[in-house]
Design a protein around this ligand. Structure first.
Ligand SMILES: *[C@@H]1O[C@H](CO)[C@@H](O)[C@H](O)[C@H]1NC(C)=O
Ligand SMILES: *[C@@H]1O[C@H](CO)[C@@H](O)[C@H](O)[C@H]1NC(C)=O
Ligand SMILES: *[C@@H]1O[C@H](CO)[C@@H](O)[C@H](O)[C@H]1NC(C)=O
Ligand SMILES: *[C@@H]1O[C@H](CO)[C@@H](O)[C@H](O)[C@H]1NC(C)=O
Ligand SMILES: *[C@@H]1O[C@H](CO)[C@@H](O)[C@H](O)[C@H]1NC(C)=O
Ligand SMILES: *[C@@H]1O[C@H](CO)[C@@H](O)[C@H](O)[C@H]1NC(C)=O
Length: 866
């Protein structure tokens, strides 16, 4: 037994550290630039206080003075608690009503943000087909005939609509929810009301693009439709300037190629616009064009945004010059087109701001007219085109906001039904699912399990979503929130299982799908357990990969649940997506999309598969690099894969590369007592990480460099059957690069097939990725851009050969004799700059005016080519 008197000092020391920790936390967070007078966060349908993922406190509407009066008197609406696995405030409870109800907010005079939060989870009393309603705020119609349709592509079933409404003197802000008829209901999960500076979006005189000059008056309401951090990452509500606006990434709206300069440590000078206009990170990242003037002259920087017709739109473009090369007015001048109309003949950020690091924004208003009866939506295009009479024929954009302006009749809702794209499991509830086994001659087993399945179904029905836990315990999830990823919306019908975020399978389902974990169905074995091929009969039969985690690597069901919740939100075309899971009787099972073409390694060596052509290999590398870049940057906090290798890069039936097994290594680390052990696979392991246990996303970059070498040389990352010097592919390849003999170790099949310029760029990427120190390695995003460049160079060279000799085989003899001189070649000498760029980049110290490392690198590589 421990002596209790010993405990007291231990406890006090602990408390002291805790206090110190708290103090540093307070000291390190800078005060917000704007403190809203009204900051209401109402959790509808709740009688508690909840803290959301951003640390904001939401008050239940039962507790608040905004609780609808008529409700108190005759309690006509239902409150309901979500049974789904998303349980964070304000999305865990809802107010559902077949009758009209009104919230009354006594607020100060001035413009407010009104944010309506919805989550179509499963609530008792909620029916997706019956949610059809209108929302009115004073004289404005915010939503009309608002309804839900299932859709696979939205990663989250939660949704926020943001409006700007000016509240006059002695007025209250009333929000009324009106169901379409008595057979339909309205619902709402959360309401936010936040004051904004009077001149943030209002009182702006704006040049007109479609005839009439425009002025955003106090009597207007606006609906935010897009708010993008161009070229940068997702910015959470709490990382805004105090106004709790969320900034999305622009990747899904940007068309074509661009560079992504960023100046993470640049000190910004808010001498032209107020410092609350947008967060610093918006201005410190941008998109610009590349360095090829010929190409720039032939293209635009283009964003395409889907909008409703019949409204005026306020388009706000945020600019800030962050490139230290741009020293004078007139060097970067461009033309701005909005919806194909000329908006600015001669945009020049330095002319507006005089120096770099000075943010500025420009507003434009454009009318999107309704052209036909059926015409309800329109693609609003924003094009920036460089002027050809300048030295750097280039354009830049840092941020983009688009607002819909209220019509003269007070309406903000679109014509016809307003449809909220939704992927909720609710839509699934009514459909029964049948699971069929594969393999014949197992009829009896199938019957047995079908019966078992029915029993399970019955038993589970009452407690189907047992995973509920209170939102305060969801803190562990804060590090992972997704920005909305909208994939290409093809008309193709996808299986409804795939539309679901993450399906909860019963063990019986899984047993049927895998023929009771039959050995013949094993398609992979790993440290975590076996992977089975299985078939699930949904609307159509879908083939899945079922990963059964080793019961020995047992961990708490709760942690498993938490991980599932995270993984299921990671949806990206270059990541293998999780379809569902099973957590029953101590079994932990994950269900993924099945990848028809297996692993990348199976197509490189020791295989009977056909050899992959070079361009296809490049294409696969680009896809995998994108997947990793998404893990590193696409989510708010970096996810480090920790086990990048050719067996973790999978290929689907269309040869699209998908990174797999992310997150799980981290999951293992969390709950394992020996978590300090270095994890990864020998041959791919970052030497710096192995030495100092210093884990960063650069460790993934190293491993990816090894993957590139494997792809080029078609040999194992570690092969102890070879001479000792050659065991480790990365070490050996670096030696060969130094000796100028790298061309001798490439896959014999590729000899003569790689264009010299492409090879040079590819080797440059590989070399930089496999550097000893993480700080010297590029970021995954840079790797993506350079690989794209390599592919382009190959395509150009092939096209040239094709034009000379359309029928013959294209042989690049010069590849064979090509060699890189590490010390003397201009290409490599420039790496000094590259490292410098990276250094200031990652430490945040630097001169304050560093521009993108990639940018410098590209210029020099272009020079090296010519
Ligand atoms: C609330 O929901 C329950 C369950 O669906 C239903 O039985 C009840 O009638 C509802 N109450 C009101 C007032 O609508
Ligand atoms: C808001 O609602 C309150 C109470 O229902 C009412 O007295 C007031 O007139 C309403 N205000 C507006 C602007 O609609
Ligand atoms: C704005 O509209 C007026 C007519 O309403 C027109 O005379 C003027 O040229 C327009 N301005 C621009 C910049 O298009
Ligand atoms: C620039 O692009 C054009 C057209 O794509 C191409 O012909 C030219 O070689 C490129 N120049 C350089 C320096 O890469
Ligand atoms: C750039 O965009 C404008 C406006 O849409 C269009 O008129 C122009 O043709 C585009 N230029 C190029 C080179 O694509
Ligand atoms: C709302 O939807 C209903 C039924 O779908 C339709 O009859 C009605 O015209 C719609 N109202 C508006 C204003 O679009």
């Amino acid at each position: 037994m421990r002596n209790p008197s010993m405990l007291t000092p231990i406890v006090s020391i602990f408390c002291l550290f805790f206090l110190l920790y708290q103090i540093t936390l307070v000291a390190s967070s800078t005060p917000p630039r704007y403190v809203p007078i009204d900051d209401i966060t109402l959790d509808c349908g709740s009688a508690n206080e909840y803290i959301d993922l951003n640390g904001r406190v939401w008050t239940g509407d039962f507790l608040s003075k905004y609780f609808p009066k008529e409700e108190l008197n005759n309690l006509k609406s239902n409150t309901s608690k979500a049974l789904g696995i998303i349980t964070r405030a304000p999305y865990s409870t809802a107010r559902i009503s077949y009758f009209q109800f009104t919230y009354v907010f006594p607020v100060t005079v001035g413009p407010k943000f009104v944010r309506l939060h919805f989550n179509s989870a499963i609530y008792p009393g909620f029916e997706v087909s019956k949610a059809l309603f209108t929302v009115i705020a004073g004289s404005f119609t915010l939503l009309r005939n608002f309804t839900l349709v299932p859709d696979y592509y939205l990663p989250e079933k939660t949704f926020c609509k943001e409006f700007c409404i000016n509240v006059g003197k002695d007025k209250k802000l009333n929000l009324t929810f009106i169901p379409f008829s008595t057979t339909f209901h309205a619902f709402i999960n959360g309401i936010e009301i936040v004051s904004m500076p009077a001149d943030l979006y209002y009182k702006e005189g704006i040049p007109n693009l479609s005839g009439n000059p425009f002025y955003i008056n106090d009597d207007m309401a606006l609906e935010m439709v897009y708010r993008l951090n161009v070229g940068g990452s997702w910015i959470s509500q709490t990382d805004d300037t105090g106004l709790f606006r969320e900034w999305s990434t622009d990747g899904n709206y940007f068309k074509g190629g661009s560079l992504l300069p960023h100046a993470p440590s640049l000190k910004l000078d808010y001498s032209i616009i107020p410092d609350f206009s947008a967060p610093d990170d918006v201005y410190r990242s941008a998109r610009t064009m590349g360095f090829n003037h010929t190409e720039n002259r032939l293209s635009n920087l283009t964003w395409e945004l889907l909008v409703d017709v019949g409204f005026y739109y306020l388009v706000r473009l945020h600019f800030c010059e962050i490139d230290s090369k741009m020293t004078d007015v007139g060097q970067r001048r461009f033309i701005i087109y909005i919806d194909h109309l000329l908006a600015d003949m001669d945009a020049d950020v330095l002319l507006w701001t005089y120096k770099i690091g000075t943010p500025v924004y420009k507003n434009y208003v454009v009318m999107i007219r309704k052209k036909g009866v059926e015409d309800n939506s329109h693609i609003l295009s924003i094009d920036l085109h460089p002027r050809t009479d300048t030295y750097y024929e280039n354009a830049i954009l840092n941020g983009l906001e688009v607002f819909k302006l209220v019509n003269t009749d007070g309406n903000l809702a679109k014509y016809g039904a307003e449809i909220w794209i939704d992927n909720s499991p609710t839509a699934m509830m009514s459909k029964t699912k049948k699971f069929i086994a594969i393999g014949i001659g197992t009829g009896f087993l199938v019957l047995l399990f079908l019966m078992g399945c029915m029993v399970f179904w019955k038993v589970k029905k009452s407690k189907r979503y047992v995973s509920y836990y209170p939102p305060s315990r969801c803190w562990c999830l804060c590090w992972l929130r997704l920005y909305p990823y909208k994939g290409k919306q093809t008309g193709k019908k996808t299986s409804s299982l795939r539309k679901e975020l993450c399906h909860h399978f019963s063990l019986a389902d899984i047993k049927i799908a895998t023929n009771n974990f039959h050995e013949d169905l094993i398609i992979g074995k790993g440290g975590f357990g076996n992977v089975y091929k299985g078939q699930i009969d949904d609307e159509e039969t879908i083939t899945v990969a079922i990963k059964r985690l080793n019961p020995e690597s047992q961990q708490g069901a709760h942690e498993f649940q938490t991980e599932i919740e995270m993984l299921s939100q990671l949806r990206y075309v270059h990541l293998v997506s999780l379809i569902g899971y099973c957590n029953e009787k101590g079994e932990m099972i994950l269900v993924y999309d099945y990848m028809a073409n297996g692993t990348l390694r199976e197509h490189l060596y020791d295989t009977n598969n056909d050899t992959l052509p070079w361009k296809k290999r490049l294409d696969i590398c680009i896809g995998a690099a994108r997947g990793l870049d998404y893990l590193h940057r696409g989510v708010k906090h970096t996810i480090i894969h920790r086990d990048v290798k050719t067996t973790n890069i999978l290929l689907d039936d269309k040869w699209v590369a998908k990174v797999s097994d992310f997150g799980l290594s981290k999951m293992d680390q969390n709950n394992n007592a020996v978590s300090t052990m270095v994890k990864g696979t020998w041959g791919y392991l970052d030497p710096e990480y192995a030495r100092c246990q210093k884990l960063s996303e650069k460790s993934d970059v190293y491993s990816f460099g090894v993957v590139l070498l494997e792809v080029l040389c078609a040999r194992k990352a570690l092969n102890q059957k070879l001479e000792e010097e050659e065991w480790n592919l990365a070490h050996w390849a670096r030696k060969c690069i130094e000796r100028g003999t790298i061309n001798e170790i490439i896959d014999p099949y590729l000899k003569g097939k790689i264009a010299p310029l492409c090879f040079k760029v590819f080797m440059q990427i590989t070399e930089s990725c496999t550097r000893d120190q993480g700080i010297q390695r590029p970021k995954m995003g840079d790797v993506v851009e350079k690989l794209k460049m390599a592919l382009e160079l190959q395509e150009n060279a092939d096209a040239e050969k094709e034009s000379i000799n359309p029928s013959g085989e294209h042989i690049y003899l010069d590849t064979l004799s090509f060699c890189i001189d590490v010390t003397n070649d201009g290409l490599w000498a420039t790496n000094v700059h590259y490292e410098h760029g990276m250094t200031s980049d990652s430490t945040g110290i630097g001169t304050g005016l560093t521009c993108s490392s990639f940018e410098i690198d590209s210029i020099t590589s272009h020079k090296a080519f010519s």
